[in-house]
Design a protein around this ligand. Structure first.
Ligand code: SAH
Length: 466
């Protein structure tokens, strides 16, 4: 195959992972960008791999009946909402399919029954957190390049473009977080441009404005964190004063001076400009204190649904010793604690464990204990002997799934039930295969936490084989 051949009138037959679609040409699988199942398109092949091809739809002959007009002006350029051009019912269908494929078709696991995926009531403006980056080299859209107009001001505030780490898409709108977030971002953008404050240049590491983080909570509280690169006290004060006077109701207005090579700020002091250094999230009578460095599930409403499924799958009666692995800030542990004898939460990040302990104290929960460690170094037979033989293990690892040693420790734990919450059905299927000699899958419940994206959360219940 030479160059970039074009195949005509190819039918897109399925949705695939990472928001791409799938077609077959002469029995070879092709992952196609820019198309949805049901489209008939001309595909330009961009890359050839040993077992599959990658291409882009360049001409449309038939548009899928499942298409809808994307809501956002940035659809196609922004990597955030790749499925906005599919109606929501179809998005759900493909998410369910993705879980089924990962577990049954690829993973060859035995699954008695898939419960229908749970969609949320809000399919837009569902996020409680967005992180925007400033850049003095905004991404130029195809329209801007084709217009031939010279663009002198290349400053932008928005999302990083995947594959171009130094560029951001300058956002006019985003439909993921709601009106408050939109107005804060627009104001900060306009104000700092008016003042000509330099935006960050990540390659050469200079500029004042580095990032803007906006967090909202179901209690109505708001947190705005501005990261600066230059330690220019006068300009920092000016930006913060402007935000404060425009939005006096922000409950936590914070800033950070970050002169490191990367945007993470776990190791940096956070300055309170106005209000408190934390806000609260509430769930079923529990309160969670959220500091600027704390993790919290980014879709609060669906997190509640996810946790309810998890608790129901755990089937607790009040007498069980429960382990909550990858506990984060201990939210699942606390959520199930009233139905358990005791809960042991384990998590890598020490500050998250500090939050977990503090929140449990705040909620008057006495039967949870929390440990900070890499899971593979701590979760073994002697740890379980020390803290109590598990009756139920809940596990909620990151996208990469669990370390093999953790899987075998769970497999050999003797727990009568496992509940595996995952944001990546592919790594989940791999881990479930390791558990399968001792555990059988009894229920599967996919949950949609992130409408308009291809991401899917999946909860699996397993019972010990007798
Ligand atoms: N259950 C939590 C968080 C799940 S996110 C909630 O619902 O909020 C996955 C968590 O796994 C993150 O908090 C991450 O810090 C943690 N983690 C990642 N790698 C880990 C490891 N090797 N050992 C222990 N925890 C890890």
């Amino acid at each position: 195959m030479k160059g970039n051949p074009i195949y005509e009138k190819v039918e897109i037959v399925a949705a695939s992972s990472e928001g791409k679609s799938l077609a077959r040409i002469d029995n070879v699988v092709v992952f196609v960008n820019n198309a949805v199942p049901g489209d008939v398109v001309d595909v330009k092949i961009m890359r050839k791999h040993r077992r599959f091809l990658e291409g882009t739809a360049i001409h449309f002959h038939t548009l899928s009946k499942d298409r809808v007009e994307p809501v956002c002006a940035h659809f196609g350029t922004c990597g955030g909402c790749k499925w906005q051009s599919l109606n929501y019912a179809t998005q759900l269908k493909y998410k369910q399919q993705q879980v089924h494929d990962a577990l049954v078709r690829i993973g060859k696991l035995e699954v008695p029954e898939f419960q229908p995926i749970m969609g949320p009531t809000e399919v837009y403006n569902y996020r409680n957190r967005l992180d925007f980056g400033f850049s003095d080299k905004k991404w130029l859209t195809i329209e801007e390049i084709q217009s031939g107009v010279q663009i002198d001001d290349r400053s932008g505030l928005g999302f990083h473009i995947s594959g171009a780490f130094d560029k951001v898409l300058d956002l006019k709108e985003c439909h993921l977080q709601g009106e408050f977030s939109e107005s804060v971002r627009k104001f900060v953008r306009e104000y700092t441009r008016k003042k000509n404050y330099p935006y960050f240049n990540i390659r050469d590491q200079h500029g004042l404005m580095r990032s803007l983080i906006i967090r909202t909570s179901s209690t109505g509280e708001t947190m705005v964190i501005v990261q600066f690169f230059d330690d220019n006290k006068e300009q920092i004060e000016d930006v913060m004063r402007a935000i404060h006077s425009e939005f006096p109701n922000i409950t936590s207005l914070l800033y950070i001076i970050n002169q490191k090579g990367n945007d993470t700020y776990f190791d940096l002091p956070v300055h309170v400009y106005a209000g408190r250094d934390h806000m609260f999230e509430a769930m079923e009578g529990l309160k969670f204190r959220i500091g600027p460095k704390s993790f919290y599930q980014t879709n609060s409403a669906q997190a509640y649904e996810l946790y309810k499924v998890t608790r129901e799958f755990a089937g607790l009666t009040g007498n069980e010793v429960v382990y909550d692995l990858y506990t984060g800030t201990g939210t699942i542990a606390q959520f199930v604690s009233s139905k358990a004898k005791k809960v042991i939460g384990v998590e890598l990040v020490p500050s998250a464990i500090a939050d977990a302990k503090e929140n449990a104290g705040l909620n008057g929960i006495a039967n949870c204990s929390f440990f900070a460690s890499d899971m593979k170094d701590i979760f073994n037979a002697s740890f379980m002997n020390e803290h109590g033989k598990p009756d139920v293990i809940i596990t909620d690892p990151p996208r990469a799934g669990m370390h093999e040693d953790v899987c075998t420790a769970i497999r050999d734990s003797g727990a009568k039930r496992i509940v595996y919450v995952s944001c990546n059905p592919a790594s989940q299927a791999r881990d479930l295969a390791i558990l399968s000699p001792h555990y059988t899958i009894t229920k599967v419940q996919p949950v949609d936490m992130f409408p308009q994206t291809h991401h899917v959360e999946n909860v699996v219940q397993l019972d010990v084989r007798l």
